[in-house]
Write a protein that binds this ligand. Structure first.
Ligand SMILES: [Zn+2]
Ligand SMILES: [Zn+2]
Length: 391
């Protein structure tokens, strides 16, 4: 199987790199990826891959039916860029000021298009149906995945596969793991309403500032009292705004931060606790609180069986599979994984003697090398062949 996969991928290299460079030069912000979306549709049309109908916005789903029976498997690539001004000196540097593929989604999109080319030109390898899910808007809430799920993209899917480029991880190394690999996130904000007044008569006022401080410090205790020490969770108190003048007791204080947790089921109990604790503390001092929550993505949970197959594929292709610790970052691939068994891998895009490939994601100096794409594509094909009992 290894030689076949390597051969299929080597035929794609040149075009895949060219595609990535084109996409990198023409980045578009989340939910505004009109040109990229058109580029995807044009390319799928050239491959005679029909589109799934009823898909909202700039996302594009290609559906390739094989002649032989088998499961329906989806591969997903996101393709949005970020509001970052690229500072890299690259021949294919972003041509758009303040917009940059600073998370590597250009590599995801080019790799998935290469997979579509491989599979449409070797239809004997397609058992069942393959869905190529090109997803818009991963970087911005509510994310593109939730809409694709509402549009029914997962309804007829049996298994799903996603990948992300990883700066700081060497090419040839791939990280994944079973269970939760990214966090459920939410931001909270608490408005504390007291009673403003003169600095000389604090007894006649209700100062919201010390109350907000008490709430902030009580929030630190919620993790310990709500979440098992074996479940990772962090609740930050990231800001507090209140008052502006020495002799004025302010009438209002605002504090907020974010919640990140690996166990999706604990998000609501944590939110309820934040509400109860802030209300209780405020009531004791005669103030009132109002809690607002913006929920982000749920935790992404990798299916064990599918992830085991991914590790087999990685090993068989001669790469190093690394079992990763879950991260408290967020990824909206989670929505697909809540509907059907899925797996998600992080593919190394760094090279030892290129320090710039160790710059963080979302930074203006972010870089991953082209060579991560053939590695990702080999693993995708090998995983597919194994999932369809061909390897
Ligand atoms: Zn990102
Ligand atoms: Zn990303």
């Amino acid at each position: 199987m290894k030689e076949l996969v390597q051969q299929l991928v080597s035929e794609q290299k040149e075009q895949m790199f060219a595609d990535r460079h084109y996409l990198h030069m023409h980045p578009e912000l989340s939910f505004e990826e009109y040109e990229t979306s058109k580029w995807i549709k044009d390319n799928l049309a050239k491959l005679n891959i029909p589109l799934q109908e009823g898909i909202t916005g700039t996302s594009v789903v290609g559906v390739l039916k094989g002649d032989q029976p088998g499961p329906t498997i989806m591969f997903r690539a996101d393709f949005d860029a970020l509001p970052v001004n690229e500072e890299n000196d690259l021949p294919y540097k972003s041509t758009v000021p303040n917009v940059m593929h600073a998370c590597g989604h250009d590599t995801h999109c080019a790799t998935l298009m290469a997979l579509a080319r491989v599979m449409s030109s070797h239809k004997d390898l397609v058992r069942g149906t393959i869905k190529f899910v090109f997803q818009c808007g991963e970087e911005k809430l509510p994310g593109g995945a939730i809409q694709l799920c509402k549009d029914g993209v997962m309804k007829d899917v049996d298994y799903g596969f996603g990948m992300h480029s990883a700066a700081g991880l060497e090419v040839g190394k791939i990280q994944s793991g079973s269970g939760a690999i990214s966090a459920a996130v939410a931001t909270y904000e608490i408005k504390v309403t007291g009673k403003g007044g003169h600095g000389s008569r604090e007894d006649k006022a209700v100062n919201p500032l010390p109350i907000a401080c008490a709430i902030g410090s009580a929030i630190n205790q919620i993790t310990t009292e709500t979440v098992s020490p074996l479940d990772a969770c962090t609740i930050t108190v990231a800001y507090m705004h209140c008052g502006q003048y020495p002799n004025i007791i302010p009438g209002e204080a605002v504090l907020g931060g974010n919640i990140r947790i690996l166990n999706n089921d604990l998000m609501d109990p944590i939110i309820q606790k934040i509400d109860a604790v802030s209300k209780g503390i405020a009531a004791a001092w005669g103030a009132e609180t109002e809690l607002s929550i913006i929920k982000g993505y749920p935790a992404d949970v990798n299916d064990k069986a599918l992830t085991d197959v991914a590790f087999e594929a990685i090993e068989e292709m001669g790469y190093e599979g690394i079992h990763m610790e879950p991260s408290l970052g967020a990824e909206d691939f989670a929505y697909y994984a809540m509907e059907k068994p899925c797996t998600f891998i992080h593919v190394g895009g760094a090279v030892k003697d290129k320090p710039e490939t160790y710059n963080p994601h979302h930074s203006k100096g972010f870089q991953v090398v082209d060579d991560l794409m053939p590695v990702a594509l080999e693993c995708e094909i090998a995983w597919y062949l194994k999932m369809t009992k061909q390897g």
